[in-house]
Design a protein around this ligand. Structure first.
Ligand code: F6P
Length: 357
């Protein structure tokens, strides 16, 4: 047979064939997730032509302003995936409580957690945004799923992925057997396997962090960034580059393509929030993808995937990307906690800054 490209549908069917007892349910679910991402890609791509730019005039459970496309994308994810009949319930950044599939006859055996449109502050300025998703098994015997059934550590995820809506739309997926990237062929409307077995280089000279929060960072993060910024003449003996897109999907995608480090660490901006990013539908799926690609994902003090969730919208510090840099920052956290990194752990350090020594 002549060689031709592999579509996402074919890829999923091939994966299913590795499990002789598979019922096809999971394959069906992935097909609906893929359809939801295609629909969102279409409305995002229409921009102002679709009349969906601008604020929705509402706020989500975190008190953040919702954009019209946040609300629309959430609706697309819910409606498309409910129809498939593979899910018992869905949880999203945009909803306080999980949505339980209304018709008990249509309730399936999986749970889906998602962020329908990550990085939505970028929508109106035409910069990449994305959707993030995580699939969990609904615990055996549960017919009325609730928040507590979602609170499983990231190690329990069956599948994680994201779609990035940028110059091209790509869907990047892991089923626990490596990470594979598919590009949407807009001509015939199918995702094509273009990036098989994506791997994150162990080393990098590129980091991403919002430095406007510098005064709120903990000493190990200040130390790390200060050493990078010091460049060739500093302790790292090398010049570093910095990026900040303010869209986690786009940052993780860059890291999968060419390596790098992404941080939204714990800070003291709001003591009630140990970080900005949400565990269930941002940090966990991205951590699974990054680990499956050979990288590392940490809170600074442990593996993200091992955090026991306590709430649907719980926040967590996130440090992920090239393995050797993540491990270095974990070491800096340990040294701070043990008081071994003077002057970084001394109160005097709090007076210093990246820009004023
Ligand atoms: O809410 C998630 C998110 O939009 C991420 O995609 C992104 O990395 C971050 O928030 C941006 O935060 P900030 O507004 O502080 O740059």
């Amino acid at each position: 047979m002549p060689h031709r490209e592999t579509t996402l549908t074919e890829f999923i069917i091939r994966e299913q064939r590795r499990f002789p007892h598979a019922t096809g349910d999971f394959t069906g679910l992935l097909n609906y997730i893929r359809l939801a991402c295609k629909r969102i890609s279409f409305v995002v791509g229409r921009g102002a032509l679709g009349g969906a730019t601008g604020a929705a005039g509402s706020a989500n459970v975190q008190g953040e302003t919702q954009m019209k496309l946040d609300v629309l994308s959430n609706d697309i994810f819910l409606r498309t995936n409910e129809y498939g009949g593979h899910l018992a319930a869905m949880a999203s950044e945009e909803m306080d409580e999980p949505y339980v599939v209304a018709d008990p006859e249509l309730r399936g055996k999986y749970l889906l957690a998602f962020d329908p449109l990550d990085g939505s502050s970028n929508i109106d300025v035409n910069v990449s945004v994305g959707s993030i998703f995580s699939v969990l098994k609904c615990p055996e015997g549960v017919t009325e799923p609730a928040t507590r059934h979602f609170l499983q550590p990231g190690t329990q995820q069956l599948c994680a992925g994201y779609a990035v809506y940028g110059p091209t739309t790509m869907l990047v997926l892991t089923l626990g057997n490596g990470v594979h990237g598919f590009t949407l062929d807009r001509g015939f409307g199918e995702f094509i396997l273009t990036h098989p077995d994506m791997r994150i280089p162990e080393d990098t000279r590129e980091f991403a962090i919002n430095t406007s929060n510098e005064r709120f960072w903990e000493p190990p993060v200040k130390r790390y960034v200060e050493e990078c910024v010091a460049g060739r003449g500093g302790p790292r003996g090398a010049d570093f580059n910095m990026r900040w897109i303010a869209s986690m999907v786009a940052e993780v995608h860059r890291i999968l393509i060419r390596g790098g480090l992404f941080m939204y660490p714990r800070d003291t901006k709001d003591p009630a929030k140990p970080g900005r990013l949400r565990l269930m539908y941002e940090a966990n799926p991205m951590a699974m993808i990054v680990e499956q690609a050979g990288g590392a994902a940490s809170t600074g003090r442990g593996r993200i995937l091992e955090v026991q969730p306590e709430g649907l919208h719980q926040r967590v510090p996130v440090i992920l990307g090239s393995r050797n840099e993540v491990e270095r920052i974990e070491r800096y956290h340990r040294e701070t906690d043990e008081g071994l990194d003077q002057p970084y752990s001394s109160p005097l350090f709090k007076e210093r800054s990246l820009f004023t020594q």
